[in-house]
Ligand binder design. Sequence first.
Ligand code: TMP
Ligand code: ASP
Length: 234
Amino acid sequence: MKKLQQLYEGKAKKVFETDDPDLLIVAYKDDATAFNGQKKGQIADKGVVNNIMSNIIFKIIEDAGVPTHLVRQISDRETLVKRVRILPLEVIIRNVAAGSFSKRYGVEEGSGLARTVLEFSYKNDDLGDPLINDDHILALELSTEEELALVKEYAFKVNEVMKKFFLERGLKLIDFKIEFGIHKGELILADEISPDTCRLWDCETNEKMDKDRFRRDLGNVEETYQAVLARVRG
Ligand code: TMP
Ligand code: ASP
């Protein structure tokens, strides 16, 4: 597989074309941002951790029946993926109150919820990724009704698979964000699943083992990313 010209550079990854028009190479960077890019930094070897971890989890998700963009890992930082048209939606699942949910609704971080919450943000940096609902999504034609129903079904399935996976590794899955895209007419899971996109708390100590260490200047950022990868690798 030949790596051709760069197609796009995002905050955490670069995307390259390949000699197959249906496949792309994603290259994970160590750059870290928070608060819509207002806070900037680097986390040494984050790109390696996120690439390897994301691929392990995508494989498990694929085996559980949710199609993903994963083709194969090609190096520590690079993975071959199916080209998608990304739906401009951040699909967030919350098992426990934290982050913007706690802030918005005035509930203490760590509070239990009477049910699992699925929420959507409109993926638009200029607008600061505003919270949106199903009606907004359909009114703005960000997805079709069929796609939206499948996105929800897949998101809850991904939650069940990941909750179990992390629990077996001593981590509580508090919340996470995923993204979907369309490849040859099929809805598939895209982007990444990593400590950048999940909140993971140690089951015994409740220690935060995710990007909140960077967002909130909690220290031991690099060590925590490595510790999560070690647990994921088992
Ligand atoms: P939030 O509580 O800040 O809304 O975040 C919910 C989840 O989404 C959390 O696991 C972190 C993840 N997330 C991203 O992956 N990208 C983002 O840009 C933001 C704001 C959150
Ligand atoms: N990745 C997001 C940004 O820079 C925010 C975050 O993960 O907190 O803007």
